[in-house]
Write a protein that binds this ligand. Structure first.
Ligand code: FAD
Length: 415
């Protein structure tokens, strides 16, 4: 928007535009700078100095979190004329993808439709890294400390996945950081597992989508959408856009935008904590895996961020995404602290950060909206959706451009 355009606005609109610009310059650029290590300038430039307003697209993607950013990238890469719209900043901590990192694993999905999907996702993460030069996936392994013996190394091997079964003595020997383990617990190390840098992955998908010609509008909530015989109209706080197809990927906000989802999604509040380890080297991503121990899970240390992240994998507390209490409390820290004191004392140092995030329970669903051949959606990705997002983005892009996909997402049909 030019200064001339600003001058022709009424006072209230001009004021809100100026505030928006300041917020983006001061807020997004610095936040993104920290989170993404250098992608901020391109992204901040795009939102502060958008290209001449285009209003008609092949496809609009509503919501640029894990799923929407991957879809926007996939669409732009195949030459579609795409607009991605996000209500907050690119790579923010107010939805379901914040908190720097997510776990990925392959072995638990072998034998289900999600097996090929997670393998495809890993190929797509590697392709994104090649395209962008950014490392988003650290294949440091995923250690399940209560695996039982459901899968043998030979079974996993036959599907090209390397796993190791570890008895209590082997865990003690290889990972002495864990203490007070039951003598009969058997663990599994999945060598294809590891850590995805979630916010960096979203920023990278958006950054590369821009490089491939996408348009992105951040800080612009969508307030309404509708379809007609010729396409889709999307209304935001700043204008109206038209497209042939709409992809809705609004995460915890999906049921506010999709009438068919009203009453079907349960959103819940969860806390994540970062704690100072006694010996950082013992938890470096190059030698310590990502892990789960019953209801608790955690991460190695990633370069650029102090501390090890630890959290609880449970239902959380029901919440409304617009009203959720984002201030961490002592009650959020207490169970994490209790676990660390007893099982992982080498990480029981000072708390360095706490953040609040949201699970959305139900599906997961990836499908056309019933009765709407011009609208596809992804919803209810629960507590494990991030690892698949690079593949889900591809499937959504396939449905939007070709009406079908070869990826095995039938299991995610809504109806
Ligand atoms: C604490 C926690 C831990 C997790 N751990 C793991 C893990 O280890 N491994 C794993 O694979 N998965 C994990 N998950 C799950 C995974 O992170 C989520 O499934 C995934 O991030 C969901 O992505 P999404 O795109 O659906 O939502 P989001 O990333 O939240 O994206 C939705 C986007 O839509 C935007 N939006 C909403 N409404 C509007 C509107 N009206 N206008 C414009 N934009 C809008 C939002 O601002 C947001 O950016 C975890 C989730 C949480 C909360």
């Amino acid at each position: 928007m030019s200064l001339e355009q600003l001058e022709t606005m009424d006072t209230e609109t001009r004021q809100s535009e100026l505030v928006r610009r300041d917020f983006i310059k001061l807020g997004s650029a610095t936040t993104l700078g920290v989170l993404t290590g250098g992608l901020s300038e391109t992204l901040a430039d795009e939102v502060t100095n958008p290209k001449p307003a285009k209003r008609t697209y092949d496809c609009i993607v509503l919501g640029l979190g894990a799923m929407g950013s991957a879809c926007t990238y996939q669409l732009a890469k195949r030459g579609a004329n795409v607009l991605g719209i996000e209500q907050f900043d690119i790579a923010h901590v107010l939805g379901s993808s914040g908190g720097i990192s997510r776990q990925t694993k392959v072995a638990p999905y072998l034998g289900s439709a999600y097996g090929p999907l997670v393998q495809r996702a890993n190929e797509n993460w590697r392709a994104l890294e090649k395209d962008s030069g950014q490392q988003v996936f650290h294949q440091c392994g995923w250690l399940n400390l209560h695996a039982g013996n459901q899968l043998s190394p030979a079974q996993a091997n036959s599907k090209g996945v390397k796993i190791e079964l570890l008895d209590a003595a082997a865990v003690e020997n290889r990972f002495p950081q864990f203490q007070n383990r039951s003598k009969d617990a058997s663990a599994m190390l999945d060598h294809q597992g590891g850590v995805l840098r979630s916010e960096l992955a979203i920023a990278t998908h958006c950054h590369m989508a821009l490089q491939h010609g996408a348009h992105i509008r951040a800080q612009e909530p969508v307030t309404d959408w509708s379809t007609d015989g010729n396409g889709v109209t999307v209304t935001t706080t700043r204008g109206k856009y038209r497209a042939k197809h709409l992809v809705i990927a609004a995460g915890a906000w999906n049921s506010k935008l999709v009438p068919q989802l009203h009453g079907k999604l349960v959103v819940s509040r969860l806390a994540l904590g970062w704690f100072a380890p006694r010996d950082s080297a013992a938890f470096a991503v190059t030698r310590f895996p990502t892990w789960i121990d019953g209801a608790y899970y955690g991460f190695p240390m990633l370069s650029g961020f102090p501390g090890c992240k630890v959290a609880m994998h449970w239902g959380g507390t029901p919440a409304d995404p617009d009203k959720v209490n984002r201030t961490p409390t002592a009650a959020d820290e207490k169970p994490l602290r209790n676990y660390l004191r007893s099982k992982l004392p080498a990480v029981n140092g000072s708390v360095l950060a706490m953040k609040i995030c949201m699970y959305t329970f139900a599906g997961p669903w990836l499908d056309f909206l019933p009765g709407e051949k011009r609208v596809t959606f992804i919803a209810a990705c629960n507590g494990g959706g991030f690892k698949f997002s690079s593949a889900y983005g591809e499937a959504l892009a396939d449905l939007a451009t070709e009406g079908k996909t070869k990826l095995p997402v039938e299991v995610m049909r809504f109806t």
